[in-house]
Design a binder for this molecule. Structure first.
Ligand code: ACO
Length: 419
């Protein structure tokens, strides 16, 4: 076994090396404190492997993203969201019979418990849908068995994926005063969601194919992204053996922040502000370069991607295709492309390897689909649900230890308490 040598205070230590299936090298420091008395320091965990995982591979330098070995470009172009969900959770693409059964299970589990539906009425009209959905997901543990037995968990995976779309559509209907449209068993995941969002209980709703396909692709592109902030949160909470509803509700909250999934809402707000300000996008790239302005180009930059985010490439092309197909033009798309153009040439962004990320173009597509801005992060959560579940399951199966990082204490040393 290869080792890494550490010389600490004049003494040599050997640390085991690990190698991933794509050749990434890691130094196993799990016994470092016991053998040397020292801990490692890595604020923001930018250089810390917190687990071994077989779900998603990213090469940030080359712009590669693969789920269980399959390239995101192939999955986004050819797969069904429900199929990708199965792949992430169970490790292999479903065969024909498995896929039929899985889709039928998802359709059957789409209905919220009626008492959970009543929850929605008690939120103030100003409530953000992410707050509503995270509390509803945590509350699912009050309605369904939530012990971590694999058979119980398996049904809960279906409930979470299927009911997420119903919660999303119901929070929107409630916010605009539209009657709830209940799911239909014979519709696929995306058509069901779009009908609940935009149809009415009485009328048949013809789901436009372009819109359904664009939504399917958007959900796939968001389905997993290894140890990002919300997934690490799900793993962190789950490592205490908290139930899946509690763990995923925490993941929804982590996703909400503007530096993570909340960036898609922030991007559209930024593009609207630029448009209202006369479209002077150069002014905003200058502001982003000025650290004192407190302004960042939302949808730019990524902890892992240092060349391009393959999801942003897929979405940029989809924006052009979908808007073209629907005969729409969106001034936000022009502003976004201008911002990208400037930023990709400007030394500040080039030096720091700041490129558009997944959130930069997704909002323009959501707008074309008729999704309101405050629902953008909810759409991200719908897509990410299978990824969160896959990681929660993987973590449980490998018998992960409770997650409990160390710290470097920098506070007061011991002092005497005087009453
Ligand atoms: N605009 C302007 N400058 C930026 C931006 C940005 N969007 N992002 C990073 N920088 C600068 C930083 O000021 C810093 O400069 P410095 O080295 O001179 O101090 C440098 O680039 C590195 O930035 P960090 O904040 O250290 O990078 P980190 O990896 O911690 O953060 C993050 C990554 C949060 C994505 C960051 O780039 C950001 O805030 N982007 C905007 C929000 C966003 O789009 N988030 C969505 C990310 S994708 C996702 O989670 C789904």
């Amino acid at each position: 076994m290869s080792t890494a040598k550490l010389n600490l205070n004049g003494q040599d230590y050997e640390l085991p090396q690990m190698k991933g299936s794509e050749g990434e090298v890691a130094i196993d420091i799990a016994s470092l404190r016991a053998t040397t008395g020292a801990v490692t320091f890595d604020p923001g965990y930018g250089n810390t492997g917190s687990c071994e995982s077989a779900i998603t591979f990213i090469d940030g330098e080359k712009g590669i993203l693969r789920h269980r070995g399959y390239a995101i470009e192939d999955l986004a172009a050819h797969a069904e969201f429900s199929e990708v969900a199965y792949l992430l959770i169970y490790g292999e693409l479903p065969d024909k019979n498995q896929l039929v059964q899985w889709k039928s299970d998802l359709a059957d589990n789409s209905f919220l418990h009626e008492r959970l539906v009543k929850f929605i009425d008690h939120f103030p009209l100003t409530a953000h849908p992410m707050g509503m959905i995270s509390s509803m997901i945590a509350s699912m543990s009050a309605f369904y068995p939530s012990d971590n037995d694999p058979e119980v968990a398996d049904i809960n995976f279906r409930r979470l994926i299927a009911q997420m779309k119903t919660m999303a559509a119901f929070t929107y209907s409630w916010s605009v005063g539209k009657p709830f449209v209940y799911p239909k068993r014979d519709l696929d995941y995306c058509s069901n969601f779009l009908r609940m969002m935009f149809g009415s209980p009485e009328d048949e709703y013809e789901v436009p194919t372009v819109i359904r396909n664009a939504l399917n692709m958007l959900l796939i592109v968001h389905a997993d992204h290894e140890q990002n902030c919300s997934t690490s949160t799900v793993r962190m909470v789950g490592s205490s053996q908290a139930n899946i509803f509690a763990s995923i509700s925490a993941g929804v909250c982590a996703l909400w922040g503007p530096l993570h999934g909340g960036a898609n809402q922030a991007v559209l707000e930024m593009l609207s502000a630029i448009e209202e300000d006369g479209g002077d996008y150069k002014k905003y790239t200058e502001m982003a370069k000025d650290k004192n302005s407190g302004f960042r180009l939302m949808g730019f930059g990524h902890r892992v991607y240092k060349n391009f985010d393959p999801r942003a490439t897929i979405l940029k092309k989809a924006c052009d295709d979908v808007l073209d197909h629907l005969g729409l033009s969106d001034p936000m798309l022009d502003i976004a492309k201008n911002l990208e153009g400037i930023a990709l040439e400007d030394e500040f962004f080039v030096e720091r390897k700041l490129y558009p990320n997944v959130d930069f173009y997704s909002g323009i597509l959501y707008r074309a689909l008729g999704i309101p801005v405050n629902m953008f992060t909810v759409m991200f959560a719908m897509g990410r649900m299978p990824g969160w579940i896959a990681h929660w399951k993987e973590m449980g199966e490998e018998g992960s230890r409770i997650h409990r990082p160390r710290q470097i204490y920098v506070g007061s040393t011991a002092r005497e308490y005087k009453s």
